[in-house]
Design a protein around this ligand. Structure first.
Ligand code: NIG
Length: 420
């Protein structure tokens, strides 16, 4: 077992869960950021953090030269398993056309036509892009296959990458859109999703998701999907309130979903419903670092890049925090509404446009994402955490918003291993 000591850290954002300030639940306490700090990595985990002056010796040592170190981003929402290009749809949208859920069908056609080898190569390239931007924990979804065969193929692809340590969490999104061949027969498609498709896919994923929205699945259909997923042992996630007040938030909070994502159109009752879940306790789950999927808060996950790319009203992250909800920031990398996995950009947007402070946004993109994925081993750098570091080419994390769009990622370390 070798150990590595990193010194010369101007700001070390440990975000140690034991030091949370109960008076400021979505923020970061002073003690959770160490100055002139050092850390030791041993066996892929954080073994020690503290002042450089008190650092222990280790097998290897490196001075980071006054850079800030954060936990790697935890991106709890992406759709990486796809083929095809929708740049023309995006261009038309920028010229005034509105986003419609139906665009998913275009990607579905291209994805069904792709070989498993090609899809795997595409997903790997997208993971590499995400990691290069500081992401060290990544969830991704099926949802562009929409037949038993193609959803199973996507789920197997995702689970193989999770097993190889290239991805972290897999989600079944058979209920992304009613595919063309089921036009006018949505209930029959829901029968398929909750029956044969779920039975085939469930062994390969930890989560089930549904697009609860006009043009996709209504609340009753969404509830059928989620209840079937829960009965199959999967944790629940919901795409909700993206295009209107879809009922997704209420459903997610009522059924105890781990996360409801998008949230562009919220009523005050929706804010209250999410805040009311914030104190639901979490419990140990099915492996080291994993929490039970059916306990804990329904995290309100905002997707700033998607809001910009669809010119949607920005999700009210500030109001959600002020109401007392637990929030996360995700990239929603997908070909239709958010073709970027750049979490640093999402964090900068959350600060500049959604009125979060830097520490609130940084926490939402790390600890928030981890909570939305029911993970306790990532999203922070307390002793025992997975050694996932995002080393900035900057002396302070505020540079992420102060210098938006600049290449501030100096190095990314995942489970103690430098990624580039
Ligand atoms: O999260 N909202 C549903 N799913 C994706 C969009 C997928 C697409 O348009 O291809 C999203 O934005």
């Amino acid at each position: 077992m070798t150990s590595t000591l990193l010194t010369g850290i101007s700001e070390l954002w440990t975000l140690d869960p034991a030091l949370d300030d109960p008076a400021r639940p979505g923020g970061v306490a002073e003690e959770q950021v160490l100055r002139d700090a050092a850390l030791v990595i041993e066996d892929g985990t954080i073994a020690w953090t503290g002042p450089t002056a008190q650092a222990p010796s280790a097998d290897h040592a490196e001075d980071l030269g006054g850079r800030a170190v954060l936990p790697g981003w935890v991106d709890s929402h992406s759709h990486l398993v796809f083929d095809g290009d929708r740049a023309a749809e995006f261009e038309a949208r920028m010229a005034g056309r509105a986003y419609q859920a139906g665009g998913i069908g275009v990607t579905t056609e291209a994805t069904r036509a792709a070989s498993p080898q090609r899809l795997t190569a595409l997903v790997r390239a997208r993971i590499a892009e995400a990691v290069a931007g500081g992401t060290t924990t990544l969830e991704t979804k099926t949802g562009y296959g929409l037949t038993v065969e193609h959803e199973l193929e996507a789920a197997r692809l995702v689970s193989a990458l999770v097993a190889a340590g290239e991805l972290d969490e897999g989600t079944f999104l058979g209920a992304h859109l009613v595919p063309g061949e089921f036009a006018g027969r949505a209930e029959e498609y829901v029968d398929l999703v909750t029956g044969e498709m779920l039975a085939a896919v469930a062994p390969h994923v930890r989560w089930i998701d549904v697009f609860c929205e006009e043009g996709a699945f209504d609340p009753a259909q969404s509830e059928r999907v989620l209840r079937a997923g829960a009965a199959a042992g999967l944790g629940l996630r919901v795409h909700g309130n993206q295009l209107g007040r879809s009922g997704g938030v209420e459903l997610a909070a009522t059924l105890g979903a781990a996360s409801v994502d998008h949230l562009n159109h919220l009523s005050s009752a929706d804010l209250e419903a999410l805040a009311a879940t914030a104190s639901r306790p979490t419990a140990a789950g099915d492996g080291p670092g994993r929490l039970a999927v059916d306990q804990g808060p329904t995290v309100a996950t905002v997707l700033p890049a998607c809001d910009l790319s669809t010119r949607a009203p920005l999700a009210p992250a500030r109001d959600l925090l002020d109401a007392g909800a637990q929030i996360a920031i995700g990239s929603n990398c997908n070909p239709g509404t958010s073709y970027t996995s750049a979490m640093s950009f999402c964090v900068a947007t959350a600060v500049l446009q959604m009125h979060l402070s830097l520490d609130e946004a940084l926490r939402a993109a790390t600890r928030g994402g981890a909570l939305a994925l029911r993970r306790s081993d990532v999203g922070h750098l307390a002793v025992g955490a997975r050694a996932d570091l995002h080393v900035l080419d900057a002396p302070a994390a505020i540079h992420l918003a102060y210098r938006p769009g600049m290449p501030l990622t100096h190095r990314v370390v995942r489970a103690g291993i430098p990624q580039s």
